[in-house]
Ligand binder design. Structure first.
Ligand code: GDP
Length: 208
């Protein structure tokens, strides 16, 4: 059997959001570069599947990247639909990527996220560039407290805290009964055999 047919207890949809250049793709690649199926070329959207065991559960994670769409601010509701977890990324060396999270991205999540209980993880990336840092750890902590999300600083380059970002997010999802119910019902659907809707956009052609 191919790895796409591996058994799992839950299927979760996770999203990466944040300004262009903050390191979303690098983070995703850094996390998924082992034991992953790269389906992007075949289905035309930027997402990766990773099989992991976290909290004693076998999980299939479908992690969506914006595929550059964020530059045009054209992420649609279908990108957000059905997500159990959202990773909000900023670059600790570029302040506007941090302020845009509250000014733009948090508003968009509130607008489009279909899931009240959806878990959010704030991630300050590029901590390897400590000498160029302009956003302090305390500012991240304060934002996370105010917005009610988890928080970690990491480096996609050196891989410091990369696994932890995804693991802590997923552990929190596993502790949230309403999200678990969704994740397990998703098991019965085969998202890759779904016919895309007529108006399928780049980010929406395989939402479930
Ligand atoms: P995206 O547009 O958010 O997906 O950002 P990318 O993943 O394409 O990264 C943008 C640039 O930042 C690339 O040149 C990456 O190599 C670089 N980058 C990403 N993560 C890190 C990091 O943790 N540290 C450093 N120094 N560079 C990084």
């Amino acid at each position: 059997a191919s790895s796409s047919q591996q058994e799992f207890d839950y299927l979760f949809k996770l999203l990466m959001i944040g300004d262009s250049g903050v390191g979303k793709s690098t983070l995703l690649l850094s996390f998924t570069s082992e034991n992953f199926e790269d389906l992007s070329p075949t289905i035309g959207v930027d997402f990766k599947i990773k099989h992991v065991t976290i909290g004693g559960k076998k999980l299939k994670l479908a992690i969506w990247d914006t595929a550059g769409q964020e530059r045009f601010r054209t992420l649609t509701s279908s990108y957000y639909r059905g997500a159990q977890g959202i990773i909000m990324v900023y670059d600790v060396t570029r302040r506007e990527t941090f302020t845009n999270l509250s000014d733009i991205w948090a508003k968009e999540i509130d607008l489009y996220s279909t899931n009240q209980d959806c878990i959010k993880m704030l991630v300050g990336n590029k901590v390897d560039k400590e000498s160029e840092r302009v956003v302090s750890k305390k500012e991240g902590t304060d934002f996370a407290r105010e917005y009610g999300c988890l928080f970690l600083e990491c480096s996609a380059k050196t891989r410091v805290n990369v696994e932890k970002c995804f693991e802590e997010l997923v552990l929190k999802i596993l502790e949230t009964p309403s999200l678990l119910a969704e994740g397990s019902s998703g098991v019965k659907k085969n998202i890759f055999k779904q016919k895309p809707p007529e108006d399928a956009s780049v980010s929406g052609c395989c939402s479930w």
